[in-house]
Ligand binder design. Structure first.
Ligand SMILES: Cc1ncc(COP(=O)(O)O)c(C=O)c1O
Length: 507
C-alpha cells in the first residue's frame, strides 16, 4: 500500500499560510521596496518604448519554463513591467479618468489580497460583509436615500449594467399577464449622445431591441434637455413603446458636465420611468463641501453608479451601484442550495451581486475614509476641478489654442489652432499631436470628437498637479503642433486628379 503524505512541505511553502507568514513579510518588504524605488525614479508617465519592443520583451518570457522562485519572478517584474508601466500619478499624465491613489487604500489592497476574502456569502466574509454594507449605507445616505441598498462592483460599466438590469426587471414585472419576449422588444432607454458607451452595451446585453437606446437632444453644451426628454418619452409611449429607464449622467466622460438631474427626475416621476444617474465620474461631489449642490436631485434617482476608483482616489477596482428601494434586488436574486439558500437568514451579498466570488474592495474605501476623512476626499476632488477651471482660462487666453466648452468637473477640451492653420489641418493634427507625445512618453493626453470635430482632451484627476505642470503639457502640445504643422506645409501638394478621359488618352 502506498501512503501519501497529508502535507507536502514543498507545496505548502509556496502558499500563503500561517507557516509562511515570515516569508510573506519578507517578500512584501522586498516588493514594496522595488515599487518605492521605481516610484521615486519616475519622471514621465511612461517609458515611451514602442509596441514592437514591448511585444518582444513579453514574447521572450518562457511561461512553460520551470519556476524561478518568488524573489526572482518579482525581480523580473521589476525589469519587465515596472519600467514600462503607465504612471497615473505623474504630472504628465492627463489622458483618461485615472486618478493617483490614496496611500491608505494601497495598504488596504495588500490586506485584502493577503486575506483573500470573498464577499459573496456571509460565512466567507463575516465582518467584511458588514463593513461593505456599512459603506453602501454611508454612500446611500450621502446620495440622500433614507433606506437605500447596493453592492460593490468591478467598475462603472458593471454598475450601469446592473442598474439597467434592475430597471428592466422593474419594467417587466409590473404586469404578470404580459409576454416577456414581446415586452423586451418594446423597452427603451433614454440617454444623451454623451452618455457612457456602457449604457448602449448594457442595452445589448439585456436583450433589448437594436434601437432601444433613444438619444435625447442636449442643450448644446452636452447636458440633457429635460423638455426634449418629455417629448421623447411621450412620443415613445404614443408609438407603443415602453420607456424602461432614463439615464442622466452626472459628469460626462468628455465634456465633464452634469445633466440637470432635478428637472429630469421630475419628468421621470411624471412618466413613471426609472431614473438611473450615472455618477461614475461626478460621485466625488458627494463629499465636496463646495460643490455638492451640483448633484441636486440625485436623491430622487432609483439607482446611482458611483466609481470610487475615479473621484474617491481608490485603486482599481472600486465601484458600486446604489438603489433607493432595497426591495428591487429581490427581482434578480438567485439562490443555490450549497451557497445561499433562500431560507438563509445571513446577509449574503451574493443575493444582490452579478458576481459570485467577489473582491473585498470595500476595505480600501473604508481605510481611506478612516485615515483621511470624507471631507479631505472632497477637498481633493475640488482641487482638480479648481485646476481644470484655471486651465480653461489659460487656454482661453492663449492665441494658439482654442477652448472647446467648459467642464463643470475636471476635463479640458481644446484644439491647437494658431493663426493661419486651416480647420482641416488643425483637425488632422489632433491625433498626430497625441501620438507624438504618447510615443515620447513625456505626456499622455487624450483625443475625442465634439460636435463632429476632433479635439484634444485633458482629464485632470491629480490634486497635487499645479497650473505650471499643466502649462508644461500645453507648451509641449504647442511645440509638437508647430513642428507637425510646418512638416505639413513642407509636404508637396497632392497632385490634382487627372480627369478619366485624359488619363486614358495618356496611357
Ligand atoms: C460617465 C461614465 N460612466 C461609466 C464609465 C465606466 O466606468 P468603468 O471604466 O469603471 O467601467 C465611465 C468611464 O470612464 C464614465 O466616464
Amino acid at each position: 500500500m502506498i501512503l501519501f503524505p497529508i502535507r507536502s512541505e514543498s507545496l505548502v511553502s509556496d502558499l500563503l499560510t500561517s507557516a509562511t507568514a515570515d516569508r510573506y513579510a519578507d517578500l512584501l518588504d522586498r516588493t514594496t521596496r522595488l515599487i518605492a524605488d521605481r516610484l521615486a525614479a519616475v519622471t514621465r508617465p511612461s517609458s515611451g518604448a514602442g509596441r514592437p519592443e514591448l511585444q518582444r520583451l513579453v514574447d521572450e518570457i518562457d511561461l512553460d519554463a520551470g519556476g524561478l522562485g518568488a524573489e526572482a519572478a518579482l525581480a523580473e517584474i521589476g525589469r519587465l513591467f515596472l519600467p514600462h508601466a503607465v504612471w497615473f500619478h505623474d504630472p504628465g499624465y492627463a489622458a483618461h479618468l485615472n486618478c493617483p491613489v490614496a496611500l491608505p487604500a494601497v495598504a488596504a489592497e495588500a490586506v485584502l489580497a493577503a486575506v483573500n476574502t470573498s464577499v459573496d456569502t456571509y460565512d466567507q466574509s463575516t465582518i467584511g460583509t458588514l463593513m461593505e454594507r456599512r459603506l453602501i449605507d454611508w454612500t446611500a445616505r450621502r446620495i440622500g436615500f433614507t433606506t437605500g441598498d447596493g453592492i460593490f462592483t468591478s467598475g462603472g460599466t458593471q454598475s450601469n449594467l446592473h442598474a439597467l438590469l434592475l430597471a428592466r426587471e422593474h419594467a417587466l414585472r409590473t404586469r404578470d399577464d404580459l409576454d416577456r419576449t414581446t415586452e423586451l422588444g418594446r423597452l427603451s432607454i433614454f440617454a444623451t449622445a454623451a452618455s457612457h458607451f456602457s449604457v448602449a452595451k448594457a442595452a445589448m446585453l439585456l436583450g433589448l431591441a437594436d434601437h432601444a437606446v433613444i438619444m435625447v437632444a442636449d442643450d448644446g453644451a452636452g447636458r440633457m434637455d429635460p423638455v426634449a426628454l418629455d417629448v421623447a418619452l411621450a412620443r415613445s409611449r404614443a408609438a407603443g413603446g415602453r420607456p424602461m429607464a432614463v439615464v442622466a449622467t452626472a459628469g460626462t466622460t468628455d465634456r465633464g458636465v452634469i445633466d440637470p438631474v432635478r428637472a429630469i427626475a421630475e419628468r421621470c416621476e411624471r412618466h413613471g420611468v426609472w431614473l438611473h444617474v450615472d455618477a461614475a465620474y461626478g460621485c466625488g461631489l458627494l463629499v465636496s463641501r463646495r460643490r455638492r449642490t451640483l448633484l441636486a436631485g440625485i436623491e430622487r434617482a432609483d439607482s446611482v453608479t458611483v466609481d470610487y476608483h475615479k473621484s474617491f482616489f481608490q485603486p482599481v477596482s472600486s465601484s458600486a451601484v446604489i438603489v433607493r428601494d432595497p426591495a428591487v434586488f429581490a427581482t434578480t436574486a438567485w439562490h443555490a442550495d450549497y451557497l445561499n439558500p433562500r431560507q438563509d437568514a445571513d446577509p449574503n451579498q451574493v443575493d444582490k451581486s452579478l458576481q459570485t466570488t467577489r473582491r473585498f474592495d470595500a476595505l480600501k474605501l473604508w481605510t481611506t475614509l478612516r485615515a483621511l476623512g470624507a471631507e479631505r476626499l472632497g477637498e481633493l476632488f475640488d482641487a482638480v476641478i479648481d485646476l481644470a477651471h484655471a486651465v480653461h482660462d489659460e487656454i482661453d487666453a492663449d492665441r494658439d489654442l482654442e477652448l472647446v466648452g467648459r467642464s463643470q468637473l475636471s476635463t479640458v477640451l481644446f484644439r491647437y489652432a494658431p493663426d493661419g492653420l486651416s480647420e482641416t489641418d488643425g483637425d488632422a493634427l489632433v491625433p498626430e499631436i497625441r501620438r507624438v507625445l504618447f510615443e515620447s512618453g513625456r505626456a499622455h493626453v487624450a483625443k475625442t470628437v465634439i460636435d463632429g470635430r476632433p479635439c484634444l482632451k485633458l482629464t485632470l484627476l491629480n490634486p497635487e498637479v499645479g497650473l505650471p505642470d499643466v502649462r508644461r503639457i500645453l507648451e509641449s502640445i504647442k511645440s509638437v503642433g508647430a513642428e507637425l504643422a510646418a512638416a505639413r506645409r513642407a509636404e508637396p501638394a497632392p497632385a490634382e486628379p487627372v480627369p478619366a478621359a485624359q488619363a486614358g488618352a495618356a496611357a
